[in-house]
Ligand binder design. Structure first.
Ligand SMILES: [Zn+2]
Length: 141
């Protein structure tokens, strides 16, 4: 179930989960896996109209000295209608990985920004794919 706001089943749109409780569990799992437990992370899910950047599926704001982060994920109901699979877990991991490069935050739409985004996105996709493969192997044993 991934229609977070009203609990409708929308697996055909987003096969990868999710209730808010599950999302918080995933966040705790990935904070442990990425060794980011010392960050206080608040999660929220918002509709597309709440996002200022039109193609964005997640946003993270952080306060580096206090290690606090606020992640907003796009509601799966508003995932873009493209041939590419959208997975809210990948977006969550993507946003968490930003914390590692937070001290080196690049200005938006620069070469450094694009390089950071590509690296973060490749890692997020690979990590989630590997987790799912490992879970699949455990389930079949
Ligand atoms: Zn990003």
């Amino acid at each position: 179930m991934c229609n977070i706001l009203n609990g409708e089943n929308c697996k055909s749109v987003c096969p990868a989960v999710i209730s808010m409780t599950q999302l918080r569990k995933q966040c705790a799992y990935w904070q442990r896996a990425l060794r980011l437990q010392d960050w206080e992370v608040k999660l929220t899910v918002s509709r597309r109209s709440q996002f200022t950047m039109p193609r964005c599926q997640g946003v993270i704001d952080w306060v580096l000295p206090t290690r606090q982060a606020y992640i907003t994920l796009l509601d799966p109901r508003d995932f873009p209608g493209t041939p590419f699979m959208h997975d809210i877990e990948v977006t969550l991991v993507h946003e968490l990985l930003h914390l590692y490069v937070a001290p080196f935050h690049a200005d938006e739409d620069t070469l450094a920004d694009h390089a950071q985004e590509q690296m973060i996105d490749a890692l997020a996709q690979a990590l989630v794919r590997l987790r799912k493969q490992a879970d699949g192997k455990r389930a079949s044993q």
